[in-house]
Design a protein around this ligand. Structure first.
Ligand SMILES: Cc1cc2nc3c(=O)[nH]c(=O)nc-3n(C[C@H](O)[C@H](O)[C@H](O)COP(=O)(O)OP(=O)(O)OC[C@H]3O[C@@H](n4cnc5c(N)ncnc54)[C@H](O)[C@@H]3O)c2cc1C
Length: 398
């Protein structure tokens, strides 16, 4: 018996797709190469859900997309006791990757129609009559499975390479920069004054040659537990921005090693040189460095930055994008571009359907969008929404 819907990738988008499909009664398979779900939101320690809430001038966070995105926000708030926070003109929900993994486990365990295949990497894909033939490589064997519908929520449009289909990727120098996020034990509280003080210390250390300039991209955020914090280091991704390739294992290897070296140097330097940080230690490495942008599908239509800027709506829209375009093309911090009016942009179904390939859908950060639109739709709140929408499209075509 073929599976009704197989989903490649257990990040925010794949999790939303799998739970939506299974709850609707479809025999569902969720394929993930790591040992837990959540993708960048857990394996790379990205610790804030953005894009869950409408963009509003008035105070008070209002959820933008009903269904799974709303449910996961409620579950996260119940787990952490921390509600939405206003940051300038946007509302965000701090999330805890440990809780995200647990919530994902519980959601999957409650679905009898869902088979979760962790430690399983899709290594080939072909189209056979009426089904996708999927090759999964696991630690002990290669398995071949058949699914009627497939959702690519791999973040990197991985299935396109197996099918030799064209994809889109931004020029290396313009790609959103990668980052290395890690856990630390540090000062009891990280208030604005401590952050400012620390930034000043790091600038002086770089100026005096005690730390390398790459350290200047380092920022901190508290986990909500005393002394436990996340640190984030934006990196160029190569010798120069033009050398960054988020799909090249050599480039990613160098990135992981550089991230760990810089993190170690920075935290050891702070511990040795500042009384506030004197007990500081590293407590957690990510499973992988964070990649904001890589390969994307070319869909029946392409969402553009112009659509986002003008809050365009579409007759076939299946989700709302509410996050401003967040550009991270340098390591000097984000540049936000807001829509002309604070209203959401629709995401059409046609951006979740790769052009000319029946029975395939896509969700998450690799949907069909240009570089500018991807700067908005990549956030996890929107990935939950496109994951849910891709499942609904697959269900409707069963
Ligand atoms: C440094 C950084 C900071 C960010 N900050 C924020 C933020 O503050 N707020 C926010 O909301 N978003 C933020 N983002 C963006 C957001 O985290 C990601 O865009 C989002 O999590 C992507 O979700 P996804 O499900 O599309 O893909 P991913 O989370 O990348 O998940 C894809 C999954 O597919 C799996 N996979 C891929 N190929 C295969 C294969 N062949 N076989 C099996 N499994 C496979 C991967 O292991 C992975 O788990 C940030 C991203 C980065 C990198």
């Amino acid at each position: 018996m073929p599976i009704d819907i197989a989903i490649l990738g257990g990040g925010s988008a794949g999790l939303a797709a799998a739970i939506t499909a299974a709850r609707a009664g479809a025999t569902t398979l969720l394929i993930e190469r790591y040992g837990y779900l959540g993708g960048m939101g857990t394996a790379s320690l990205v610790h804030t859900f953005c894009g869950l809430y409408l963009l509003r001038e008035e105070p008070g966070a209002v959820l933008a997309n009903p269904g799974f995105p709303t449910e996961i926000a409620e579950r996260m708030i119940a787990a952490t006791g921390i509600g939405p926070q206003r940051m300038g003109r946007v509302d965000v929900l701090p999330q805890n990757p440990i809780e995200f993994v647990r919530i994902a486990d519980e959601l999957c365990a409650a679905e009898p129609n869902l088979t979760l295949a962790l430690h399983s990497e899709m290594t080939d894909l072909t189209h056979v009559p009426d089904a996708w033939q999927i090759t999964l490589s696991t630690r002990s064997q290669q398995r071949t499975l058949h699914a009627r519908k497939l959702i690519d929520a791999s973040g990197d449009a991985v299935t396109a390479s197996f099918l030799s289909k064209p994809t889109e990727i931004t020029q290396p120098a313009q790609l959103q920069r990668p980052a290395y996020l890690f856990g630390i034990h540090g000062p009891n509280h990280l208030d604005d004054a401590t952050r400012l003080h620390t930034a000043g210390l790091l600038v002086s250390a770089v100026r005096s040659g005690q730390l390398p300039p790459a350290i200047l991209g380092l920022t901190f955020r508290s986990t909500g537990t005393p002394h436990q914090h996340f640190a984030s280091l934006d990196l160029t991704g190569g010798e120069t921005t033009a050398h960054y390739n988020p799909l090249d294992p050599d480039c990613l290897t160098a990135l992981e090693i550089q991230g760990r070296q810089l993190a170690t140097q920075a935290i050891r330097w702070l511990a040795a040189n500042d009384p506030i940080w004197h007990h500081a230690t590293l407590t957690q490495w990510p499973i992988r460095a964070g990649v904001r942008e890589s390969r994307r599908w070319i869909g029946q239509s392409i969402l553009t930055g112009d659509d986002l800027l003008n809050s365009r709506r579409f007759p076939d829209e299946v989700a709302l994008a509410t996050w401003p375009m967040e550009f991270r093309e340098t390591t000097k911090g984000p540049k936000l571009r807001f829509p002309t009016t604070p209203t959401p942009c629709g995401i059409p179904a046609s951006c979740l359907i790769p052009k000319g390939i029946p029975n395939l859908f896509t969700a998450g950060r690799c949907i069909s969008a240009d570089h500018d639109a991807q700067a908005s739709i990549r956030v996890m709140g929107t990935c939950f929404a496109t994951g849910q929408a891709a499942a609904n499209l697959a269900l409707a075509s069963l």
